[in-house]
Design a protein around this ligand. Sequence first.
Ligand code: MEV
Length: 427
Amino acid sequence: MTNSRIPSFYNLTLDQRRLKLAEASGRTPPELAAWTTGGLSPEAADPMIENVIGIHSLPLGIALNFQVNGRDVLVPFAIEEPSVVAGASFMAKLARAGGGFSATTTDPLMIGQIQVIHLVNINEARLKIFEHKAELLAEADTIDPVLKKFGGGARDLEVHLFEESPIGPFLVVHLIYDVRDAMGGNAVNTACEKLAPQIEAITGGKVHLRILSNLADRRLARARCTIPVSELTVGFESFKGETVRDGIIAAYAFAATDPYRAATHNKGIMNGVDAVVIATGNDWRAIEAGAHSYAARSGKYTSLSTWGKDKDGNLVGTLEMPMAVGIVGGATKVHPAAQAAVKLMGVKTASELAEIIVSVGLAQNLAALRALSTEGIQRGHMSLHARQVAIAAGATGDMIEKVAAQMVAEKTVRSDRAEAILESLLK
Ligand code: MEV
């Protein structure tokens, strides 16, 4: 059983944090050792992509305090941006006081698209496809016996008609495929390619593109949290809880109505989502594409989350978004650090991973809205940013903290100032 509350984790040394992490997660230090080196050697990276010459690292931090569906979970974040891990951990602590995050997923259904062009009559072609639905699904089912064994496979066919386009009318078959614990890209693409000759024979048209859709709106993850108003003043004692709550709701209203704000609001959600997606070796471009296209599904780009209050006045947040992540196959399987991430979280299915990620997204969103609607994000952001500026200016050891602290006190976090402070401290 994991305990995600580790007091003063921040103040420990790297080695002490690693030991505490193993202890709190019930894992052995060797199981989590991949992170001490980044996990991937250049030799292991070589077969993964083309023209490999080395590896590229990111900091790996642990978000604390998360409780998802009643279970404590320690969440690995791979991210270069300061404040994200701290923000998520703090908000998870507030959410804990309201019972943590409740999260659910739909079945892991991916959509494959098969574009059919050069049709004489798209309505006739549509109905012919439905007449052959059973045999098409049976054929699509044969492409991955392992997936089939674990309960996955072809589930349904839909036909979308596009009457007007630059090339005239065409139709698109949607193959709905249950990919279980895989991200599913390979299975879906293979199935779409396999169906192409049959679809051409049935419709008399020509199959053009055969590829999955990243608008994975049949594979959604949803999270909800309730924050007692009293918790909203923690760390912000000069504010009334109701004021913070109403400020967060007004900030949400801004994102719900204005695409310029919604883009930044959703970027804040993705700060957390991507960090876990990357840590687990998943395809973050696919998750980004899914998130933003889902946010625009009504025709107007809007917020992925909602914030309001319940009958007792507590703050209630929800987040719903596509979440095409896997725990088998791809980089998740071959990257030792991704394996450590899956082990640390103790997830047994892709759905469980998706539930954690969507909860993290909601926590991250709350961290941003709470700061923005009270003191602004720069104070918290600046103290962490100042450390990076100090390091870039040449500070090492305890000089990093000293230079950073002085810049924050002066409210001037700039490289020229860091260099000047460092010079005077070293004299
Ligand atoms: C910065 O990485 C993310 C925020 O801009 C998100 C937001 O504005 O909601 C703080």
